[in-house]
Design a protein around this ligand. Structure first.
Ligand code: PNS
Length: 171
């Protein structure tokens, strides 16, 4: 069974990676699918994010990395997938995720959303938390893979001189 793990991944975090690794044990293939979203101004381009995810997941042969436009269910149908995989961190996620799952069900009755509870150690972690810490000069070394941390520091050093990061110890 093929599962699509859709998202923004701006950037991919250790929480995402944990979820993909666990999904890859449950499904024949997990397709990590980056939404090409014209309504958001991202930190990283889609191509940069694809590269970051590929480097992060190269140890798993049944994980594919791709990007898509438009509706997730249409992309899932195009890939022959039966499942949309999403992580749940807290009750606050649940409301949004349930609405999304119900919406997707109205668009395709054939595709099921499967939720995995995020591992406890990553229950606070999101891409936006990572961006915020880095923007104010904190270390994100404990939250993302080393190649992603390097990209983040480089990006803020070049584009956001106000938050040029002086790396601090983990709080
Ligand atoms: O990482 P994110 O930003 O929480 O991912 C959200 C995503 C990409 C899964 C969601 O916005 C999405 O599926 N967008 C594609 C448009 C779509 O299918 N909308 C209908 C479901 S609400």
């Amino acid at each position: 069974m093929i599962a699509i793990y859709p998202g923004s991944f701006d950037p991919i975090t250790l929480g995402h990676i944990d979820l993909i690794e666990r999904g890859a044990k449950l499904f024949t293939m997990v397709v990590v699918a980056v939404l090409r979203n014209p309504n958001k101004i991202p930190l990283f381009t889609v191509n940069q994010r694809l590269e970051q995810i590929r480097l992060s997941m190269q140890h798993l042969p049944n994980v594919d990395v791709d990007s898509f436009d438009g509706l997730t269910v249409k992309y899932a149908q195009m890939r022959g997938a039966q499942v949309l995989l999403r992580g749940l961190r807290a009750i606050s996620d649940f409301e949004v995720e349930l609405q999304m799952a119900h919406t997707n069900k109205t668009l395709s009755t054939q595709i099921e959303t499967v939720f995995l509870a995020t591992s406890n150690e990553y229950s606070f972690l999101s891409s936006s938390v990572v961006r915020e810490i880095a923007r104010f000069g904190g270390s994100v070394d404990h939250l993302v893979p080393p190649h992603v941390a390097r990209d983040i520091y480089q990006c803020y050093a070049q584009n956001h001189p106000v938050s040029n990061p002086i790396k601090t110890e983990v709080i």
